[in-house]
Write a protein of this length. Structure first.
Length: 386
């Protein structure tokens, strides 16, 4: 294995302390939002010899031949550490076909890839998994519209009833969500909703938690209609080791916490609110799955003592978690793997990795880790017969 150093993304919603503490470096007052561990061209991680993207270009076989056959000479996944101190935007990611169509259309129209109004910066989908490293809060998918309608009825906010009335009809979630996203002047309505919600936000009940969500979001995005739109969604609380899978079209927003993400190697994000960035409601509507969902943590199989696999339908990535006490062989030898130590100290001759440190293990290299700690491993989500 080779030591891997990931770049930091200093987005405004990031924590000033969580990632520096993980890496064992001093906090500098900036928000450290994401640590990128992959080969995305906009922010590739670095080996001693240069960027991981350049190393793969020079020798695609280090990713694994089955991966190259399926995805071409590139790393198909991107692993990150995410630290949210404030809510992220309401967002969704496209399917592969939608990403290819959207990217081609913007390329043909001559929209610069770095333009703030660009929807598709590449032609890849972006399904993802988030595994919590501690207590983590998120909004996930659309909730049961009848339950949401009952909650709005309890708020009894003048001016809201007509806006959300379609919830009880056909395509109700789609109608109400797109109405809310297109509101141009909503500060007074949002303020009235938050005032009404604050009266019940401390209740130890699902309704109280729903009300608290409005209050919390408004603290960071005052007057944004996304505060009301978010109330159409499920609220989830994750504990360390629990993970969620976000397929194409799933509306979501991370609210707070530290976690490990793995996703298809894309930077395509369609936003719908709680942001000052570009919002294209029409394109987001075309991407979204408006079906209500019951949020669930995904299963993780213990395929060997201390080795857990979070399996999803995504062929671009697979996430492994290792609870190491002694020694264990690194999984997925046929593929190139990103290795992140989230706690403790582990080693493989001659490399020692402490908490927050990462490494690259090329395809075909059998690696045995020894030590005490917690380790995350990313690899392509393919089963290889090689």
């Amino acid at each position: 294995m080779e030591r891997l150093t990931g770049p930091i993304q200093h987005y405004a919603w990031g924590s000033t302390s969580e990632i520096p503490a993980l890496l064992g470096v001093p906090a500098d007052g900036q928000p450290w939002a994401e640590l990128w561990l992959g080969a995305h061209p906009s922010a590739p991680a670095q080996l001693a010899s240069g960027g991981l993207d350049a190393a793969i270009t020079a020798d695609p076989g280090i990713v694994g031949q089955d991966s190259v056959d399926r995805f071409g000479p590139r790393l198909p996944y991107l692993m990150k550490v995410l630290a949210a101190a404030q809510p992220l935007s309401l967002q969704a990611h496209p399917s592969r076909s939608r990403a290819e169509e959207g990217f081609a259309a913007e390329e043909a129209a001559g929209v610069p890839r770095e333009a703030s109004t660009r929807n598709y910066r590449d032609d890849w989908p972006k399904p993802e998994v988030l595994c919590a490293l501690g207590d983590f809060e998120a909004l996930y998918g659309f909730a049961d519209p009848e339950q949401v309608a009952e909650n709005f009825d309890r708020l009894a906010v003048a001016g809201l009833a007509d806006l959300v009335a379609p919830l009880r009809g056909a395509n109700g979630i789609r109608t109400v969500f797109t109405r809310l996203c297109r509101l141009t002047s909503a500060r007074e309505l949002v303020a009235d909703v938050v005032t009404a919600a604050a009266a019940s936000a401390s209740e130890p009940s699902p309704y109280g938690k729903w009300c608290a969500t409005a209050v919390e979001l408004n603290e960071h995005h005052r007057g944004d209609p996304g505060v009301i739109a978010a109330l159409l969604m499920n609220r989830m609380s994750l504990s360390a080791g629990e993970a969620i899978y976000l397929p194409a079209g799933n509306l979501h927003a991370y609210l707070s916490g530290l976690g490990v993400e793995i996703m298809a190697n894309s930077d395509n994000v369609l936003r719908g609110g709680l942001t000052g960035k570009h919002v294209d409601v029409g394109e987001l509507e075309a991407v979204l799955d408006f079906s209500p969902v019951a949020p669930e943590v995904i299963g993780h199989d213990e395929v060997a003592p201390g080795l857990f696999c979070y399996r999803t339908p995504a062929p671009e990535f697979r996430l492994w978690r290792i609870e190491l006490s002694g020694s264990i062989e690194l999984p997925d030898t046929a593929f190139g793997r990103v290795v992140l130590v989230s706690a403790g100290v582990v080693s493989t001759e001659p490399l020692e990795l402490r908490h927050g440190e990462s490494a690259w293990a090329p395809a075909g290299e059998t690696v045995t880790l020894t030590g005490e700690g917690h380790v995350f491993v990313g690899s392509p989500g393919l089963d290889s017969a090689r």
